[in-house]
Design a protein around this ligand. Structure first.
Ligand SMILES: *[C@@H]1O[C@H](CO)[C@@H](O)[C@H](O)[C@H]1NC(C)=O
Ligand SMILES: *[C@@H]1O[C@H](CO)[C@@H](O)[C@H](O)[C@H]1NC(C)=O
Length: 680
């Protein structure tokens, strides 16, 4: 299962080594499993409706099946929670960030995870679908499918087709309901389209809405949801597959840092200044109206402007501040104290992973009692700001759900506060010098980048899972396809494929690692960034190994070759149909082709250009590949931290090594029609 682990890890780093893996055809067993599991997610809000599943749900009895789980205690724990009414009812709001929901979800997950064989897992899932909250079911079920050894290669539908409600605004869902009630038909060939607009379209109510096409992008939000599903903060490393958790703390920080950098470019393109970190003492200036109606029909709460963070039921503002201060103290003092009093000298070498885990407060943290869970604490403090002690039964806000937290502009301000801690730490590590960058005998002579063009194109996805239909109809639907195919049509940021060429001379044959970044040149006021300011805004565009030959090398890369981006997710319908057809032996199904969609969307590789062109810095660095120095977050390694060479301080003149190249690039934005016919 080595390859699965690689794919899993690389998902988080958005660095899939998938392209290197040869095509792998799914066997019958896998296809059968996938077929069964997909059926369970179809119209998942409904009770089981297929006769076979209904029968299992009615007859399956956990108490009689203790011996079908790796350890009966997990069944007992689950039953304790379940029988004592701990579990949310169907229709209630659920959030994996609520303490109690987390306990139950863990109990449910363990039940799935520790089922001895697939058959038991499947039966347990069918039973659970009818007996627990639907959102909680999907959460624990998804995690189990991703983490169970026997289902790791199963591909689930994209999150936006499982619960479309979390991805499109309430008008869209309402229009779909209306159409359904009026009996407007829609078929696979001619679906009924509902234009789904981003917040603030056509006219933005506040400047933050100008980038809603980015913050509400369904691919981006799915990627972050998956990042959470792969590394839920409550996973204990000792208990589940340990392989998976290498560098989870570092992954957490690195992804957040890259997201912020990427978001900043999107803001610049829209003439918005950089985000400011959230503040405990001052009111939140940016209000937010999510226009989302959750799975149960209840609106996600809006946040008025000017609200102060207040003590919530399980956390005082003061406590969060304490946790943060302790983390800063540890960094400034140079020591982190583990729960068992072990001291870590964090100046000795790069301890980003340990710092990341204490900030996230995941179960890999060396001292959760002392350092808390700052990231989650901030999400809760600001997420539940309108109903801090749950006295009005307000639903979880978008900040409290991994599928939706990117939608709220406040998320980026929270991320900014977290990433500041990352830099506080990184800035205290030894400065990189000329020697840390140089690659003797290797020189980049020139770099040329194609004209970079972005545009918006249309994307359709199925809304079927958002509404229920009667049982017999649903059965028929699974067999013949939907009678009521309603799709949301959204425009999404995309870019024309582009290439770049790097001319490198080398005095020997040698294996190298090539990194390509881009970053902003000017701030929103047109002032050129200093190198030290700019460091934090560089986005990694590409990283690959290259065997340099002696003499001149021309490296040509196309954006399509960049392996660590995710490809488009197949639609639920296509996935289901392909699985079914392949199971019958009618077509081939390659696991790697379908699994690729877990990554960061390829479409978003470039920030939206402007009509006249958004000026960017383009940076290329070639370093020696070093065998034995692997980093679980990077598919190709040379022993450097993710974020290298910009993670630590350095002088810009030290980075003026022959094997580095700073250049310019410009991104222009065009209408889709203009892109179709080549522009001169
Ligand atoms: C989105 O905007 C378009 C154009 O303004 C409008 O026709 C459409 O009804 C809107 N969609 C929804 C779901 O409100
Ligand atoms: C203390 O805990 C850390 C992990 O939190 C572990 O690596 C270390 O071995 C422990 N030390 C002792 C003395 O138990």
């Amino acid at each position: 299962m080595r390859t699965a682990t690689v794919v899993v890890l690389s998902l988080l780093a958005a660095l899939a080594a998938a392209a290197v893996v040869p095509h792998r055809e799914a066997d019958k067993d896998l296809l059968q499993k996938q077929y069964k599991l997909l059926r369970l997610l179809y119209r998942v809000q409904q009770y089981n409706f297929l006769p076979e599943e209904k029968a299992i749900a009615e007859s399956y009895n956990l108490e009689e099946n203790f011996d079908h789980y790796k350890d009966p205690q997990y069944v007992k724990i689950f039953l304790k929670f379940y029988n004592n009414g701990y579990f949310k009812q169907r229709g209630e709001s659920f959030s994996p960030y609520y303490q109690r929901d987390q306990y139950d979800s863990k109990a449910l997950f363990d039940l799935f995870y520790y089922a001895k064989d697939f058959d038991t897992f499947y039966k347990t899932a069918v039973w659970a679908k009818d007996h627990v909250n639907e959102a909680q079911f999907v959460y624990a079920f998804t995690l189990a499918v991703l983490h169970r050894e026997d289902t790791r290669d199963v591909v689930l539908p994209a999150p936006y087709e499982i619960f479309p409600q979390l991805f499109v605004n309430a008008h869209v869902i309402q229009k779909a309901y209306d159409a359904r009630l009026r009996g407007i038909p829609g078929t696979k060939e001619s679906p009924y389209y509902i234009l789904s607009n981003y917040s603030g379209y056509p006219v933005a109510y506040n400047p933050e809405e100008l980038v809603s096409y980015f913050t509400e992008d369904v691919g981006l939000n799915s990627f972050f949801a998956y990042a959470h599903y792969m590394y839920p903060y409550w996973f204990e490393e000792a208990k589940y597959d340990v392989q998976l958790f290498q560098k989870r703390g570092e992954a957490f920080l690195y992804i957040l840092q890259q997201l912020l950098a990427r978001y900043h470019l999107e803001r610049l393109s829209n003439h918005l200044p950089d985000v400011q970190p959230v503040d405990y003492e001052r009111p939140v200036k940016v209000g937010y109206y999510p226009e989302l109606r959750l799975q149960n029909g209840i609106e996600a709460p809006a946040r008025p402007e000017g609200v102060f963070p207040r003590d919530i039921d399980f956390l005082f503002v003061e406590e969060a501040k304490n946790f943060e201060r302790r983390i800063y103290d540890a960094i400034d003092y140079g020591y982190v104290y583990a729960e068992n009093q072990t001291k870590y000298n964090i100046r000795e070498h790069d301890f980003t992973d340990l710092i990341g885990s204490i900030i996230e407060g995941n179960y890999g943290s060396v001292n959760r009692y002392y350092y808390g869970s700052l990231f989650r604490n901030l999400l809760s403090l600001f997420g539940h700001i309108v109903d801090p002690v749950h006295s009005y039964g307000v639903s979880p806000s978008v900040l409290e759900q991994p599928e939706t937290f990117l939608r709220d502009p406040l998320f980026y301000r929270i991320a900014k506060r977290i990433v500041s801690i990352y830099y506080r730490y990184k800035n205290q590590l030894t400065r990189y010098t000329y020697q840390d960058f140089e690659f003797k005998g290797v020189e980049i002579n020139s770099v040329s980048v194609d004209k970079l063009v972005t545009y918006f194109d249309y994307f359709d996805f199925d809304l079927s899972n958002a509404f229920t239909i009667s049982g017999p109809e649903a059965v028929k639907e699974i067999e013949d396809g939907s009678q009521y195919k309603y799709v949301a049509r959204q425009y999404r940021l995309n870019h024309k494929p582009f290439s770049y060429h790097v001319k490198v001379t080398s005095d020997k044959e040698v294996d190298s690692v090539v990194r390509v970044f881009f970053g902003p040149r000017y701030d929103v006021n047109g002032r050129e960034y200093t190198f030290d300011e700019q460091r934090q805004y560089y986005v990694l565009l590409d990283i690959f190994t290259y065997k340099l030959k002696s003499g001149e090398n021309v490296i040509e890369r196309n954006s399509k070759d960049i392996e660590y981006y995710g490809s488009e997710a197949p639609s639920f319908f296509d996935l289901f149909r392909d699985t079914q057809a392949a199971a019958k032996g009618e077509q081939k199904y390659f696991v790697d082709e379908y699994k690729q969609h877990f990554g960061f969307p390829q479409r978003l590789a470039l920030p939206r250009g402007t009509r006249n062109g958004l000026p960017l810095n383009f940076f290329v660095l070639v370093t020696p590949a070093r065998e034995g120095y692997t980093h679980p977050l990077l598919p190709y390694s040379d022993g450097h931290a993710p974020g290298y060479p910009f993670d630590r301080r350095s002088f810009d003149f030290d980075l003026q090594v022959p094997n580095a190249y700073f250049g310019d690039a410009v991104v222009v934005h065009r209408r889709q029609e203009e892109v179709a016919t080549p522009v001169a």
